[in-house]
Design a protein around this ligand. Structure first.
Ligand code: ADP
Length: 221
């Protein structure tokens, strides 16, 4: 079976991370979130982390070359042998052009899913989002308004610095400006791309995506 690369598109707060986690389990592939990887590097304070901390806080994008190298190293690890899901990457046409060159050369079968969610829903979701500063688990006040501490370690939940409303608006603008052309680029190149309505129950969405993949591969996934 050919190695699989599933590129998940969706603006901040569209549920990309949730889908990636469900699909990872069902498909037995790795989940690669460049946002999570970059936050880990910032927390560890290594050279890359120090270089990108301010860019991330302001809602801007990290330079292509740094993110490409990080993804290249990550996809070489053992848990990517069957395939991987890319969440939050590629975000620019330059990243997409570099990635597709590499995946085609490695004979990886690439497919694209675009989660579409109304912006008003997204802003409401993100403004209710709280994160544990210790383990990174995300909660949402929309599903539990009284939640103040993490279930896992009891730490007091915080608003992620880049979830503040003015930063969210800048992230949505950056998404529009830079990511929409990436989707157009992948469509033009002929990779299978599916638009999925992202407001439904997460498991229903995952089942729908798995159905698309199965059809494209012509076998059980
Ligand atoms: P969300 O999924 O909520 O949009 P992420 O967690 O994916 O946010 O990303 C957080 C920040 O990390 C981005 O605002 C950006 O600064 C940086 N980042 C993540 N992925 C990329 C990428 N592919 N290219 C450039 N910057 C990135």
């Amino acid at each position: 079976m050919q190695r699989l690369c599933l590129i998940l598109f969706g603006s901040p707060g569209s549920g990309k991370g949730t889908q990636a986690k469900l699909l990872k389990q069902d498909l037995g592939v790795a989940h690669i979130s460049t946002g999570d990887m970059l936050r880990e590097r910032v927390a560890s304070g290594d050279a890359l982390g120090q270089r990108v901390a301010a860019m991330m806080q302001s809602g801007g994008l990290v330079p292509d070359e740094a993110v490409n190298r990080m993804v290249e190293d990550r996809t070489a690890l053992d848990d990517c042998a069957k395939g991987f899901i890319l969440d939050g990457y590629p975000r620019t046409v330059a990243q997409a052009a570099w990635l597709m060159g590499k995946l085609d050369a490695d004979r990886v079968q690439t497919m694209v899913v675009h989660l579409e969610v109304d912006y008003n829903v997204i802003i409401a979701r993100i403004s209710g989002r709280r994160q544990c500063p210790v383990c990174g688990t995300l909660y949402n006040l929309a599903s539990d308004a009284s939640k103040v501490a993490c279930d896992l370690d009891g730490a007091r939940l915080e608003i992620r610095p880049d979830d503040r409303e003015e930063v969210v608006l800048e992230r949505l603008r950056a998404y529009e400006r830079q990511t929409a052309p990436v989707l157009a680029f992948l469509r033009e190149r002929g990779y299978p791309c599916w638009d999925v309505v992202g407001g439904q129950a997460p498991k229903l969405i995952a089942r729908q995506i798995e159905g698309y993949i199965r059809k494209e591969r012509g076998v059980a996934v």
